[in-house]
Design a protein around this ligand. Sequence first.
Ligand SMILES: N[C@@H](CCC(=O)N[C@@H](CS)C(=O)NCC(=O)O)C(=O)O
Length: 212
Amino acid sequence: MILVGQFDSPFVRRVAVTLNHYHMPFTRNAISVFRNVPEVQKINPLIRVPCLILESGETLIDSSAIIDHLDEMAGPARALTPAHGPQRRKVLQAVVMALGTTDKAVALFHERLFHIDKHINRDLEKRMLSQIRAGLDRLEHDCGAPWFFDDKFTQADVTIGCMAGFMKLRLPDVFPNDKFPKLHALALHCETKEDFVKARPSPEELAPRNAR
Ligand SMILES: N[C@@H](CCC(=O)N[C@@H](CS)C(=O)NCC(=O)O)C(=O)O
């Protein structure tokens, strides 16, 4: 399998961490949605990552759709999202809260990256900041220890760990340690895991001009 995209993308990273967790081998095509537009568009017309190219040649897009396939391949006993019932609903609700927060965080990062200060739309920035804070507040409130659902490591931890990694890197002002201590502790716990360490962005992927 080939995973397309850079690890500074929290969406690409959550797919990589999930692949690592399931011990599913993959190679990576670390092209950028901004610097390698024609190459990315050949793979995904929407010019977005992650994409996962399967052994069969089939291409999957969108981290949640990709992870759904990986869960199916891993089987219900190993899947990081429970197969059914209240446990599945709880994990999926935590995941979508984290994904929605991450979406807004990525949009805010781009607003700040692509516009010089005086051209930043302050109303849009304010709205996005309040959406990100509300998402983080809810996740902080619901967060257990050592994992989000206490003793059980799930896809909620993968997604929140990747969200937190992105925020610490790109929007540290929005994610202060003293306001979100449980999420910071969860993120640190995630980053001790080999699955996360193997999916850390390289120095080239971290340069601001190379963002995604
Ligand atoms: N819902 C998508 C979001 C993917 C996404 O926003 N990817 C970003 C990289 S962090 C991207 O490709 N952005 C380029 C664009 O949308 O123009 C997923 O979960 O895969």
